[in-house]
Ligand binder design. Structure first.
Ligand SMILES: *[C@@H]1O[C@H](CO)[C@@H](O)[C@H](O)[C@H]1NC(C)=O
Ligand SMILES: *[C@@H]1O[C@H](CO)[C@@H](O)[C@H](O)[C@H]1NC(C)=O
Ligand SMILES: *[C@@H]1O[C@H](CO)[C@@H](O)[C@H](O)[C@H]1NC(C)=O
Length: 538
């Protein structure tokens, strides 16, 4: 996705998508190279050719990195006399068909880039006016196929009209279905990469459509990763062979992330089944860059035939996240991210992935960790991660909860907190925070009180494209019996305010025996999510 420099400084971010075409390609996430994060819209034919040769000479193509994809800046600005798509002959002097042949002759695959709007995106504030494909879908799809394109990245600028460069609420799903159908009609298997920026929640588009993502940069920072990881929380279930959530192109090898952050980025993207599109200058990669990109165990995680994404299991706010998901051989992949800003000893509780014991392999190092019981503790770098393959997992006993509806009349709503009807079966309490508080009364602390696990069902539709204090999340501060409030960072539950996240877990102490406990939710300086119910472990 292409954004103007203005956007970058505003910190806005966009979202590409992989779009199911049922054409036999895209059954596992695409792997390849795209220039954008390194060269923006000024990539030359020489650089495209060099990148293709680097994929071969560096041994990347044999690991699966096959696609050499164009991004913005290659296109012409006017169509030819018969209305055909053209290229900029100063940028691509030998022409697109010759470049495509060059790439194919190396045994690689060739990707083109266009836009579903009137003009394409650019990096000069929308003034370049490169060709877009709106209204020319059939003819352009035929041109791309005739050039031997194997992949189309389809952007979203000028979606509304010829003056509105970037619109965050364009009526555009038909732009994507029109091109999807035009590509299908060519009969050439072409991966359709929807660069829709996530603005219309394309992961939820009907009928075997899509997955989703978000502009990672440039420039990239650790905060961008936090934003994208939160954005993924409500849509992991949509990933599957043929349609994957696209978390955006890789920043491995680029300035802005530490080595540990790049490793976490790569492993998380892989385990979430995002396309792995290298987007750095491959003419002089560091050993560190190549070590990350060439990790065959992490690549295998990405290319696993089951195609299921890891999903959000548990957040220990400001400390670590636990994500996990199934693999084709029946094992489980787990990714534990260290949110702390320093190297530390991190304990992963197996119960957070519903196991009491399992046999583990560290997929970053390849080391067998052996049989784990209850937990695993390792030293993890600042913003580093633990990536495990867990086999032979023994199920942990599932906790049971007593649920308290937030909107129950026995609760205390104060300072503006109010009920909101979501559906015939769900009423939530909103306007919690900024003075509003929700207090759940008469909570049962059981015979002993002490520490309890809470399981929270909530709605948070506060999605963003730029970094905020809590990007694609909201903070709640929860206190038991008036004790110290504990910060709980809750990711979005959807990109709308009508879909629940169920089962956000947090452990809190301070419960007394018996049924006179209170749980109070607040936020002194921002809004918390809307709460449906809170379960307290029995
Ligand atoms: C116009 O462009 C299309 C697509 O590249 C091509 O097939 C056609 O031959 C071109 N027409 C002329 C007159 O150059
Ligand atoms: C283009 O779309 C924008 C946003 O909807 C609108 O404000 C503007 O008036 C439109 N311009 C034209 C020429 O239609
Ligand atoms: C890490 O450092 C940043 C920048 O100082 C700070 O905003 C953030 O809260 C810190 N994170 C943790 C988990 O301490």
């Amino acid at each position: 996705m292409m954004i103007s420099s203005l956007w970058i400084f505003l910190g806005l971010s966009l979202t590409p998508v992989a779009f199911a075409l049922n054409n036999g390609v895209g059954l596992t996430p695409a792997m390849g190279w795209n220039p954008y994060n390194a060269f923006l819209c000024t990539t030359t034919e020489t650089q495209y050719r060099a990148a293709a040769q680097s994929l071969i000479s560096l041994g990347l193509s044999t690991l699966g990195y096959k696609y050499v994809n164009l991004d913005c800046g290659w296109q012409g600005k006017t169509r030819n006399s018969t209305g055909g798509f053209t290229w900029d002959t100063s940028t691509i002097p030998s022409g697109i068909p010759a470049l495509s042949t060059f790439v194919h002759n190396l045994g690689l695959k060739f990707g083109v880039y266009s836009d579903g709007g009137v003009f394409a995106c650019d990096f000069v504030g929308g003034t370049a006016h490169y060709l877009g494909s709106l209204g020319h879908e059939t003819s352009d799809a035929n041109s791309f196929a005739s050039w031997g394109a194997d992949y189309l990245k389809y952007d979203n600028c000028y979606a509304v009209n010829s003056t509105d460069f970037v619109d965050f609420n364009p009526p555009i799903s038909t732009h994507y279905t029109a091109m999807r159908d035009a590509l299908a009609a060519t009969k050439r298997p072409i991966v359709f990469s929807i660069c829709e920026w996530g603005v219309q929640d394309p992961a939820r588009w009907p009928a075997s459509t899509v997955g989703n993502s978000n502009d990672i940069g440039p420039p990239v920072s650790w905060d961008n990763l936090f934003r994208i990881i939160n954005q993924l929380v409500p849509i992991t279930q949509f990933a599957g062979p043929g349609a994957f959530n696209d978390l955006d192109m890789l920043e491995v090898g680029n300035a802005g992330l530490t080595a540990a952050e790049q490793q976490t980025h790569f492993a998380f993207w892989a385990a979430a089944k995002s396309p792995l599109i290298i987007s750095t200058d491959l003419t002089s990669p560091s050993t560190q860059t190549l070590n990350i990109l060439k990790n065959t165990r992490i690549i295998a995680l990405n290319q696993d035939s089951l195609g299921k994404s890891i999903s959000f299991k548990r957040r220990y706010t400001n400390d670590h996240d636990v994500w996990a998901g199934p693999l084709a051989d029946g094992s489980t992949a787990a990714v534990i991210i260290n949110w702390q800003n320093s190297s530390r000893s991190l304990t992963f509780n197996l119960a957070d992935v519903s196991f009491s014991s399992a046999t583990a392999t560290d997929l970053i190092t390849g080391t067998s960790v052996g049989k784990l019981t209850t937990s695993y503790t390792a030293t993890v770098a600042a913003h580093g991660s633990i990536v495990l393959k867990l086999s032979g997992g023994v199920a942990a006993p599932a906790p049971t909860f007593t649920f308290y509806n937030a909107a129950a009349s026995t609760n205390t709503l104060a300072g503006g907190a109010n009920t909101r009807t979501v559906s015939s079966s769900v009423t939530v309490v909103g306007f919690v925070g900024n003075g509003g508080t929700l207090t759940i009364n008469n909570v049962d602390g059981g015979a002993a009180g002490g520490t309890k696990t809470l399981s929270i069902d909530y709605i948070n539709g506060d999605f963003v494209f730029g970094n905020t204090d809590c990007s694609n999340c909201r903070n709640a501060f929860i206190s038991v019996n008036g004790g110290a409030a504990v910060q709980v960072q809750m990711p979005i539950s959807a990109q709308s305010w009508d879909i629940l996240f169920s089962g956000y877990l947090v452990s809190l102490s301070g419960f007394k025996a018996g049924k006179t406990n209170t749980i109070t939710v607040s936020n002194p300086n921002a809004f918390a999510p809307d709460f449906y119910r809170i379960g307290v472990s029995v």
